[in-house]
Design a protein. Structure first.
Lengths: 260, 259
């Protein structure tokens, strides 16, 4: 498969085909809500794929479907060719949620060991990976400290470490730099760059357009549960505006009003 | 299996670090020691009285501990959203449910063991005898009963959103079964029509937790019960636990999770 610039794309790792998600109403007066309206996209091996869209566009719902939290009401979603509803589809992925949802009573090392166990890693392999990851996210010195004592940035970094515990081929990152200070953002961005250099596939949603422009190969822009545009950053800026921000605003149909 | 055990171990670590058990144990030990130190009955009966009070406290403490612990397992995962990084791993929902059950049950087993050891020491110091086999049987049946209660609470936690409501309802059901469960069939015979049929149906449907209560056997030193009966009671408890866990899985399987 080739993109518009003629570059060959690798094997499709994430395949989403006419995916629909409809939330059923909880009460009689509520209407059903279409969160995703038949989106199709694919993420190929070694790509860093940015998933953009305003709040409520359907980014998180797409992530939820890929992780098996939400069942699709139409279409299909596959990871490595396996239906996302099967737990085995998650054997080779790493997931970093937007906020830090970890067992606060565990220490950093215990948390990573627990997740390593869920992936069936041997003790020796788990030890090796825990040491390497704590070094990577610069938390070696606090490995025996309970996570409840960590700052938000440290919690986000331990989150990144747990997402990498199985040496995943694909990383799903849900707004990985959300709420971090500039230093924390830079560190996370450096780690993503490093993963990109290692040939990992990264699929991440973000509001930080500058960050997307810096690290992403491909971008999809989502609006009202539909993919409005997708392509390389170069293609989007060439077709819709001078910068990614301009292209994004144009694609989502934002028209700024003059302030009186 | 290793995934279920890993989830169970996290549950046990949480319980140990939350220190609920220590509070219950210290309270039970204090009340028992206090009552034991006051000799307001004649010496012949004090040992029996002490055993009765101590066992009652252990039963109440363990029932509260099992229900309260199991009631918050899945709701706290959902509320704290720790369920999302967990389910993002190659772990199925049935493994999560079994892990939570195993964690609660094992933790309750550890706590129960400490309680029974305390009881054995206290009882032996008064009576100068240690009927170990009876204590082992009583401990085992008590633990099997806690498996049924834990499974019931986990299922309830998936149907009722508030852990406190679930805990209250399960405690009422459990205490109700313990107190009146064995008499329901006699009541059913005396009732006519649909009410009698319903009461009889309830009698046969409920897990008879009173089967697992060996307090009288220990208090009155009635000796060891036939091991075949213990095995049958274990099988009965395992069947009920499996059915309750199946109910929990059916409720959890289709539950929509929204981060």
């Amino acid at each position: 498969m080739e993109n518009a610039t003629g570059q060959a794309r690798g094997e499709a790792i994430v395949e989403i085909d006419r995916l629909q998600v409809e939330y059923r109403p909880k009460g009689l007066r509520q209407a059903a809500k279409m969160a995703l309206r038949g989106i199709s996209l694919s993420v190929h091996r070694g790509e860093v794929f940015g998933f953009l869209g305003p709040n409520g566009a359907g980014k998180t719902t797409t992530m939820q479907v890929l992780l098996g939290f939400t069942p699709p009401t139409g279409g299909t979603a596959r990871l490595f060719g396996v239906d996302v509803r099967k737990p085995i589809a998650r054997q080779r992925i790493g997931y970093l949620p937007e906020l830090t949802y970890y067992y606060k009573f565990l220490t950093a090392e215990e948390l990573l060991r627990f997740y390593a166990c869920l992936f069936g890693l041997s003790r020796a392999e788990a030890d090796r990976r825990i040491d390497g990851l704590l070094r990577l996210v610069e938390l070696e010195g606090v490995r025996k400290k309970a996570i409840r004592h960590f700052s938000k940035g440290m919690q986000q970094r331990i989150g990144l470490a747990q997402a990498l515990i199985n040496d995943p081929e694909v990383l799903l990152l849900d707004e990985p730099t959300s709420g971090l200070d500039p230093l924390g953002r830079m560190k996370v961005r450096q780690i993503i760059q490093r993963l990109k250099q290692e040939g990992k596939t990264v699929f991440f949603s973000s509001h930080e357009l500058g960050e997307v422009e810096t690290v992403c190969d491909h971008v999809a822009i989502l609006m009202d549960g539909m993919v409005k545009a997708q392509g390389t950053v170069g293609e989007l800026t060439a077709n819709h505006g001078q910068s990614l921000e301009q292209a994004f605003l144009k694609i989502i149909g934002y028209a700024p009003r003059e302030v009186a | 299996m290793s995934k279920v055990l890993a989830i169970a171990m996290v549950g046990i670590k949480e319980l140990v670090r939350r220190k609920d058990f220590y509070v219950l144990f210290i309270l039970t030990a204090l009340i028992t020691l206090l009552l034991g130190s006051i000799n307001f009955f004649n010496e012949d009966h004090i040992a029996r009285y002490l055993k009765e009070v101590c066992l009652l406290l252990i039963w109440v403490a363990m029932l509260v501990m099992a229900v309260v612990t199991a009631a918050r397992q899945l709701p706290s995962e959902l509320e704290g959203k720790t369920i999302f990084p967990l389910l993002a791993k190659p772990v199925s929902r049935v493994e999560v449910l079994l892990g939570k059950f195993a964690g609660c049950w094992l933790a309750c087993g550890l706590a129960l063991l400490v309680f029974y050891l305390f009881f054995a020491v206290l009882s032996a110091s008064r009576e100068q005898t240690l009927p170990l086999a009876s204590y082992v049987q009583a401990f085992w049946l008590h633990w099997v009963m806690l498996a049924i209660v834990t499974a019931m609470t986990l299922w309830g936690s998936l149907l009722l959103s508030a852990p406190s409501s679930n805990a209250t309802i399960v405690l009422i059901i459990s205490i109700g079964i313990l107190l009146v469960g064995q008499h329901l069939n006699k009541v059913a015979v005396q009732l006519s029509g649909l009410t009698g049929v319903v009461t009889a149906a309830v009698y046969y449907a409920i897990p008879h937790l009173e089967f697992y209560d060996m307090r009288s056997v220990i208090i009155h030193n009635w000796g060891t019960q036939p091991w075949g009966i213990i095995a049958l009671a274990t099988l009965y408890g395992a069947c009920y636990t499996a059915v309750l866990l199946l109910g929990g899985w059916l409720a959890f399987r289709r539950k929509v999770l929204n981060p």
